[in-house]
Design a protein around this ligand. Sequence first.
Ligand SMILES: [Zn+2]
Length: 200
Amino acid sequence: MSGIEVLRGLPAVLRSTPPLFSTTLAAPNCKVPPLSPIEEADAVAFENGNEASGVIDLSGLRPAMARALEKFRRMVLSAGGTFDLKSAYRPPAYQAHLQDVWFKWMELRNNRTAGCQALRAHVADEFSRHLLMETQKPVTFSDHTLGLAFDAAVVLPRAARQRRRVSLDRLAVLAGLTRPDIHRDPVHFKLVTGRGGLHG
Ligand SMILES: [Zn+2]
């Protein structure tokens, strides 16, 4: 296996405990229904710790994707750059939760009803915790749930870019990766495959 530590979810002892964050919040005086509870254990573990605490699930990546990620990371580091992995594989139920939070926020963002303010604040919290953007609705099936994408903040030093004419995207292509939406989603890298994958 590569030098990257493969961390699969949380320890069993944590998986069996109730969620640290409750995703449901009863709001009896608000007509807007609360967020749906997260369905699967894997997704609950995700919600409660993985990405929030920097534990990224690489074991759910397709083997070719895991190899491309490691190759890219090595190239970036040897060019003197930094590579900060933010997200890799996501369970489908977790992706569904991201979508749920997004829709709920769009429904509540302009809601000024007194009875809805606790729910609105809760959803706002989830929205920012998951780094969601109003302009970008999370997709239902993404390259992340397929194990074909990761998110990483990658920075190359200016000197390396000038002296060695290395660009981030040139290195990505050499590793078999591409950034489908550099401007709106600059951290999203996906594996170059024969067919066009789904963006997310
Ligand atoms: Zn992404």
